[in-house]
Design a protein around this ligand. Structure first.
Ligand code: FAD
Length: 393
């Protein structure tokens, strides 16, 4: 079996890259370990930056997002009994974000791929990467008990944090940077109307809380929990009571609760692998970096990596400029580290880090300072809507 670009992983990174390359006449095969149903059952991100929105449209997978997604022009930070709105649109010269669930993004990309006729192989087991430092890389895998080899020009490792691509790189060739936070997010999805039309990020003595949403009747709420907390310890009633305590009183009073349709605890981690290119292997999205979800950056960073790799591969195939591929890591990492910084900063600003009263006062002073000045609000807004993509000349 042969292709031009072998893509490992059919999450948002792999599917988006595959679709963009297909539209440029570049052949791809996507290998995914799980079934399509399993991939679609994962409840994850919900806030898309303008850059990700534009890229989905360019990939021909933006029509439903444009119909059903919700454009948000601002969000609120609640702390010390105050509520401060960050007016994204006015602070960034008209930029906004789109609230549209990752599951729906994935579904739209899967449908676009199906329509394009390009090959995706789900439940591809024992995927292994070979010879990516040479001119003729290969990916081997097992499908329905049959061992198959896929020859290719390049491999895109889009297989997430726990995937095989990053693990295939020799230890001496890669450097990992990591911070694991001493808390996680307990998330609940419910068929209830969102408590407010925009997101609320709450800093509270009892811990962080977030009110988010996927649609007019689908809400996603989170509370900060410890590493020791287990989902089984959190009945729906306990969750709703705790969430109410962490929200401003009038918001808590109007919260509509209902049975959870999904409940899970996600650990919080910052992680970056450097570099992101190893011969003819490119790491893309969560395979190369993780952010705590506080800044809504995970999926968006995956999209900006895809943007960079897509344009570099286009130059390589159409203009014979394969030399430009060497710039992949450098271009991606410049933006990634800034998004890592913002996600880390939002996390340390909004979560209960310890019982240290001095630290808590510092957080409140930071929140007061940043939300109280035009420069501070602008800094938050321009990071939240997403820093610009670097153009590939
Ligand atoms: P993934 O979505 O992880 O996709 C990788 C794919 O590769 C998967 O389908 C996997 O099955 C497949 N795969 C793995 N190993 C192999 C293998 N060996 N062979 C073949 N295929 C393989 N981001 C936000 O911006 N906001 C949020 O609120 C948010 N919440 C999150 C909540 C959770 C619980 C998690 C885990 C992540 C969250 N994220 C959030 C991050 C966001 O979901 C990711 O950044 C995004 O999914 C990255 O996309 P990806 O395609 O790079 O990786």
């Amino acid at each position: 079996m042969k292709t031009q670009v072998a893509i490992v992983g059919a999450g948002p990174s792999g599917l988006l890259l595959g679709q963009l390359l297909h539209l440029q006449g570049i052949d791809t095969v996507i290998l995914e370990a799980k079934s399509p149903e399993y991939v679609l059952s994962r409840i994850r991100a919900g806030v898309l930056e303008q850059g990700a929105v534009d890229l989905l449209r360019e990939a021909g997978a933006g029509a439903r997002m444009d119909r059903e997604g919700h454009v948000h022009e601002g969000f609120t930070i609640a702390f010390a009994g105050r509520r401060e709105r960050i007016d994204l649109k006015s602070l960034t010269n008209g930029k906004t974000v789109m609230v549209y669930g990752q599951t729906e993004v994935t579904r739209d990309l899967m449908n676009a791929r199906k329509e394009s006729g390009a090959l995706s192989i789900y439940e591809a087991h024992d995927v292994q990467l070979h010879d990516f430092y040479g001119d003729k890389p290969r990916v081997s895998f097992v499908k329905d008990g049959e061992a198959i080899e896929l020859e290719c020009d390049y491999i895109a490792g889009c297989d997430g944090f726990h995937g095989i691509s990053r693990k295939s790189v020799p230890e001496s060739a890669i450097r990992n940077f990591e911070r694991v936070y001493p808390f996680g997010w307990l998330g609940v999805l419910s068929h209830t109307p969102p408590v407010t039309p925009e997101l609320i990020y709450a800093n509270h003595d009892r811990g962080f809380a977030l009110c988010s949403m996927r649609s007019d009747n689908l809400s996603r709420y989170y509370v900060q929990v410890t590493h020791e907390d287990k989902v089984e310890d959190w009945s729906d009633e306990r969750f709703w009571n705790e969430l109410r305590k962490r929200l401003p009183e009038d918001v808590a009073a109007s919260l509509v609760t209902g049975p959870s349709i999904e409940k899970s605890i996600a650990p919080l981690r910052s992680f970056v692998a450097e570099p992101m290119k190893f011969g003819r292997l490119f790491l893309v999205g969560d395979a190369a970096h993780i952010v705590p979800p506080t800044g809504a950056k995970g999926l968006n960073l995956a999209a900006s990596d895809v943007y960079t790799l897509y344009h570099l591969l286009r130059k390589a195939y159409h203009d014979g400029r394969s030399d430009l591929l060497d710039r992949y890591s450098e271009i991606c990492l410049r933006r990634i580290w800034k998004a890592e910084r913002f996600s880390w900063w939002m996390t340390t600003l909004l979560h209960k880090l310890s019982d240290d009263p001095f630290g808590q006062r510092m957080q409140l002073a930071d929140l007061d300072y940043f939300t109280g000045s035009l420069a501070g609000r602008t800094t938050i807004a321009e990071n939240y809507v997403g820093l610009p993509y670097e153009r590939i000349e």
